[in-house]
Design a protein around this ligand. Sequence first.
Ligand code: NAD
Length: 253
Amino acid sequence: MILDFFRLSGKTALVTGANTGLGQAISIALAQAGAHVIGIARRSCEETAQMINNDHGCFHEITVDLNSLDAAEIILKQTKRLTDHVDILVNNAGIILREDAVDVSPDDWNRVIYLNQTFVFLLSQSIAREFFFPQQSGKIINIASMLSFQGGIRVPAYTASKSAIVGLTKALANEWASKNIQVNAIAPGYMETNNTTQLRTDSERSQSILERIPAGRWGKAEDIMGAAVYLSSHASDYVNGFTLAVDGGWLAR
Ligand code: NAD
């Protein structure tokens, strides 16, 4: 039956940035669909763990700063202690630094590009090598942005990194689709999370963004749950290299 295609029972999912915002919502969604979720974050995932445990779901966490040089190795080592298979990788963790392009330091530029772009590649490569290739199956979901398609204002490194995510998603999909590994992305619109706190407290920007969203409201973390389950599940086995916008119609304008 069609709803069975969406079930994730018996699957293990790794989600980066699982302690807050969209990563927390994605973790809860995958757990509700039946997956064992391993949340990766630099801070405690206590709240996410509690919400999943309350639903009788299965959650473990790995605490690691993804900026550390051996982060991918630590994740691999600790994951292997928790499970002998990984079926889903959600590359969600990301940072945004808002400043005029003329003031961006090389350090700020590198920090954003490393976490939002380089580490997404490194972790995908490492999980694919260790789990997806031997299993001949796997799902990768990268978190893109409206700024994968548009320039944005005062966030040049973020825009560059999120634009790269769309390209990387296609590049990996082209190489790995034949191995039964589906690589796709979700591009959230303007969502009410920490990532947009600064924007939402600027009443002028906040109002102009709201006026441009056809749905007439900012997105909530839970709005992304359905897309995450779909792209993690058997239901999307013939979907490759695609970036799905969950944006209240923003890109349609
Ligand atoms: P958020 O700031 O709440 O989440 C960011 C997550 O990344 C947090 O869990 C944080 O702990 C993690 N993280 C950051 N640096 C890390 C590091 N060095 N090591 C480990 N973890 C680290 O905001 P969010 O909106 O939930 O963002 C999640 C993703 O969604 C990001 O990739 C963001 O760019 C993207 N996104 C958000 C929006 C939005 O409107 N909120 C829109 C488009 C894309």
